[in-house]
Design a protein around this ligand. Sequence first.
Ligand SMILES: O=C(O)CCC(=O)C(=O)O
Length: 248
Amino acid sequence: MSDQFSLFSDAEVIDTATAISSEKKNLITGVTHLHAGQCYYEKFPLEDTGKLTLITNLFTGDYANLLYETLHRDIRWSQDSLRIAGKNIPIPRLQAWYGESHAAYGYSGLKLTPLRFIEPLTLLRQVVTQISNLLLPPCITDETATQPICYNSVLCNLYRNEKDSVGWHSDDEAELGSNPIIASISLGATRRFQLKHKRQKNMRHALLLPHNSLLIMSGNMQHHWYHQVPKSNTATGPRINLTFRHIV
Ligand SMILES: O=C(O)CCC(=O)C(=O)O
């Protein structure tokens, strides 16, 4: 962990893509998939032992662009709504839920039935599984300490432009288990990812999630922190986000 990244305030967002790749350190070795880029990683320990690990340059540039196009075209995006105060309010993004047949999931009263994995999502699941097992020591997976990390589902988000967003939340639903590990791929426009502590109001962080990157949330982060991708004031193109999860 370099000191440069130990604190990153909401006001001074770290441009992680530039910072990490220019340092040319923490190269991940052992990634065996065909289209692997020269992946670098940086670990950001959060107060209260939550952990963020950011991997940049996940795939070769051409392959990342191809993936973006393919997923934009082939994922069955849907405009879901939440029932709030007796009204159906559309969520500010499109989404889709893929997973193994038992992997039903829901949040804020929304129930999601899994679609069957499509080929690019199967490949991506293998990639994030391998990288997670290379980078995260088994000790931080708590009750699954002796088990390799595995993901059986993925929530796909499409932020169509700067007006799309996801509000403050933590991924703490019972079906994710007590200390879930969530592997979150970003493709397309760079967006700001913000964190705020649930009780210590002055503890807030932010980082930029660039195209072709993977953010792994682990430890007890979901107990103590909220996260969000806010709307942006500057025009941005679409962004695809894929959060791989394990439904217990
Ligand atoms: O788009 C992102 O990077 C975050 C998505 C997210 O927080 C979620 O799906 O729970």
